[in-house]
Design a protein around this ligand. Structure first.
Ligand SMILES: [Zn+2]
Ligand SMILES: [Zn+2]
Length: 344
């Protein structure tokens, strides 16, 4: 048996023959980045390679770093390893990393979602011998409704609040989740107000050619219109003075975790919308099967459960211990970057 192409080192997932890291959590010379969420894309690396649609997001989050963008499907050879990036359907620019070396193919998924949405290129299964998969929602209880069902629920909630003159505050991760929610809102219901953290990413999405309904900062909306508005903000804004200005509002949280009994109550919000940018249990199994891989390595999430299930299907399965976090729960802190244009 040949040696493993990808292993875990102190710095992160490491492609041994290629001599580069995938989403490393400590500073390295060469990092291939699957997507710009803070726990996968950290600062301090000397050179970054990421999918071309993700370059602007990465720059907006990390400042002026040395990034090469690679079109989806385009190949580069690095120390004899042919590397290409393929859509992961998670957020704008998210990619799976395909590595081919001496006739063997490994794919590292990063975070992925199987259901297509309007804010990023849809997930694309990639055939491989070994598949390194995430498992954030790797338990059989996680089964998502079609996103249109969730969008309809959000719009119904917003319309009911607007009728009572109460603003609707919708909390969700500022990169990816917020834009996906925006793409499903009915702009005829009232003004759409975004927190600054969300608005910054909206601009990157629009510059990348993604359509989003028009959005405003709170100062741009007439006071009398606030009661008809929906407000998109990161979870970290809950309880802040910024939120309090919306007065007697109704609030909601959008996350895959809202499927858990008690999660909404623990968050202290009026509503929970089950919307995730990760694959649910059937989605994980579909994606894994579609790779044709005989060997599967499971990273962050429900490693033990998914590994056991895959072993029962006759696959060779094991886990990798990583330092990736959970982008469905809390906002991962993003380092403050003052770029050349002075924007924080
Ligand atoms: Zn992510
Ligand atoms: Zn992740």
């Amino acid at each position: 048996m040949s040696a493993d192409m990808v292993i875990v080192r102190n710095e992160g997932l490491y492609c041994v023959p290629g001599q580069f890291y995938i989403d490393p959590w400590r500073p390295v010379e060469r990092a291939v980045i699957t997507h710009a969420h803070g726990d996968h894309a950290r600062g301090g690396h000397q050179h970054y390679l990421t999918a071309a649609p993700g370059v602007q997001v990465l720059k907006s989050r990390l400042g002026p770093v040395n990034i090469t963008g690679l079109a989806y499907g385009e190949q580069v050879v690095h120390n004899g390893v042919t590397v290409s990036l393929h859509p992961a359907g998670h957020v704008l620019g998210s990619a799976q990393v395909r590595m081919a070396y001496r006739g063997e193919v490994w794919v590292a998924s990063g975070d992925y979602k199987v259901e297509a949405d309007n804010t990023c290129t849809p997930f694309e299964p990639v055939r491989c011998d070994t598949f390194i998969t995430e498992s954030t929602f790797g338990l059989p209880i996680y089964r998502w409704s079609p996103q249109q069902t969730i969008f309809d629920e959000v719009n119904t909630w917003w319309a009911a609040n607007a009728q009572q003159g109460r603003a609707s505050v919708l909390l969700g991760y500022s990169f990816g989740k917020a834009q996906r929610l925006l793409s499903g809102l009915d702009p005829s219901l009232g003004p759409i107000i975004c927190h600054g953290a969300v608005q910054t990413l909206n601009e990157v999405y629009r510059e990348s050619g993604m359509w989003l309904p028009s959005t405003a900062m709170v100062g741009e909306v007439a006071h009398g219109e606030i009661g008809r508005s929906i407000v998109l903000a990161p979870p970290s804004a809950a309880g802040s003075p910024w939120i309090k200005r919306f007065g007697d509002f109704s609030d909601a949280f959008a996350s895959g975790w809202m499927q858990l009994r008690g999660a909404r109550r623990r968050r202290g919000v009026d509503r929970g919308f089950v919307l995730s940018d990760h694959a649910d249990w059937p989605g994980l199994l579909t994606a894994i099967t579609a790779t044709g891989a005989q060997r599967v390595i499971v990273t962050h999430g429900s490693i033990a459960v998914l590994v056991r299930w895959l072993q029962q299907q006759g696959l060779q399965a094991s886990g990798f211990d990583t330092e990736y976090g959970d982008d469905e729960a809390e906002e991962v802190p993003v380092p403050t970057v003052v770029g050349g244009d002075g924007r924080a």
